[in-house]
Design a protein around this ligand. Structure first.
Ligand code: ACO
Length: 318
């Protein structure tokens, strides 16, 4: 038994924050941001618009694309580090919104790797026979934990959601997933406050040691790509599309070089979405599917790296 992606969907908030907007707020420039990150704009959730609101839009689009209704879903897994509230969990909230009942519904917190972690879990539920059709979502309102005047983070992060419907099938589908973490790097990328620790009086916000995280991301992603290909006995030439986490165009270019892939075979959304953490991979996947680049039968390599550090990859026959 395997799991197969039978539908994708995504959602971006209407509000857009451009580099020109940021120039007015802080000592930065459009040229610096584009050259160092590849980002031109990012979407920002409206006041009162939450992670579950965006997850619901993306989930409904994925259900439509899969030609199924919420009642067909027997598992919901949401990857996010920005839940609406601590409880109920965003998976259960999404289940309630969709009017779907009974199956397990939960969230996983693995920062930017959240969707890959969620996909891997849902794949294991389906392979074990415990679930037949799963909704897997990555959704974030990173703007709520970003200091809007901190030029080391505010230029990077955006909000959004992406989703896939995974269905049981006798052919892959998801060929393999690979999850990793090294908690020894927690101090290079973290949020200053939270529930158990207490909220930061200055407002909970992400702190990022940019150049160090960058260096680790390039090395670690190179390694996970090799591991994924080796686990499947495949050469890098077998990959049709790289669907990477969208943190920085230079990290994406390094991953593409490692795979010897021209950038034309890489789905890049960082320019318009910025880094949407757990939402970035399913958002990019949906863009590639809907604009017709990714076709049925194509071999996709999905990868992500984030706070923790956590990282992971999935090899998927679409
Ligand atoms: N505008 C203008 N100048 C800036 C800005 C800015 N927004 N930010 C930093 N600078 C300056 C710095 O002060 C520094 O100046 P100095 O040389 O006078 O000291 C110079 O530009 C270079 O700064 P670096 O931090 O070395 O710049 P770098 O090229 O590393 O780019 C960036 C920074 C974009 C953050 C990059 O390091 C990066 O993308 N890191 C990885 C982020 C990532 O992968 N995150 C993934 C996980 S995110 C998650 O889990 C939520």
């Amino acid at each position: 038994m395997y799991s197969r992606i039978v539908g994708t969907g995504s959602y971006l908030p209407v509000g857009v924050l451009t580099n020109a907007d940021l120039e007015k707020r802080m000592e930065t420039s459009d040229a610096w941001i584009r050259e160092r990150t590849g980002i031109r704009r990012r979407h920002i959730a409206a006041a009162g618009e939450t992670t579950v609101d965006m997850a619901e839009h993306a989930a409904r689009a994925a259900l439509d694309a899969a030609g199924c209704v919420a009642a067909d879903i027997d598992l919901i897994v949401v990857g996010t580090c920005t839940p609406d509230v601590v409880l109920p969990n965003p998976g259960a909230m999404l289940q309630g919104r969709l009017g779907n009942r009974g199956g397990p519904a939960f969230s996983v917190e693995a920062a930017c790797s959240g969707f890959i972690y969620a996909l891997s879990l849902a794949d294991k539920f389906i392979r074990s026979g415990e679930s037949k059709r799963a909704l897997v979502v990555g959704a974030e309102t990173l703007s709520r934990i970003t200091n809007p005047t901190d030029r080391s983070t505010a230029i990077l992060f955006g909000d959004g959601a992406g989703a896939v419907v995974l269905a049981a099938d006798d052919k892959p589908g998801v060929m393999s997933t690979h999850l990793r973490a090294d908690g020894g790097y927690a101090d290079l990328l973290y949020c200053t406050g939270g529930i158990s620790k207490g909220h930061d009086p200055a407002g909970d916000h992400i702190v990022l040691a940019g150049s160090e995280v960058f260096r680790h991301a390039v090395t670690i992603l190179g390694r996970i790509v090799d591991e994924t290909l080796a686990a499947n006995g495949l050469d890098r030439s077998a990959i049709d599309w790289l669907v990477p986490h969208q943190a920085n165009i230079r990290i994406i270019q390094a991953a593409a070089r490692k795979l010897n892939m021209p950038m034309e075979r890489v789905i890049v959304t960082v320019e318009d979405h910025g880094n949407t953490s757990a939402a970035s991979v399913p958002l990019a996947l949906d863009v590639g599917v809907r604009d017709g680049r990714i076709k049925r039968g194509d071999l996709l390599l999905l990868e992500a790296f984030g706070a923790g550090f956590t990282w992971g990859a999935a090899l998927v026959r679409y």
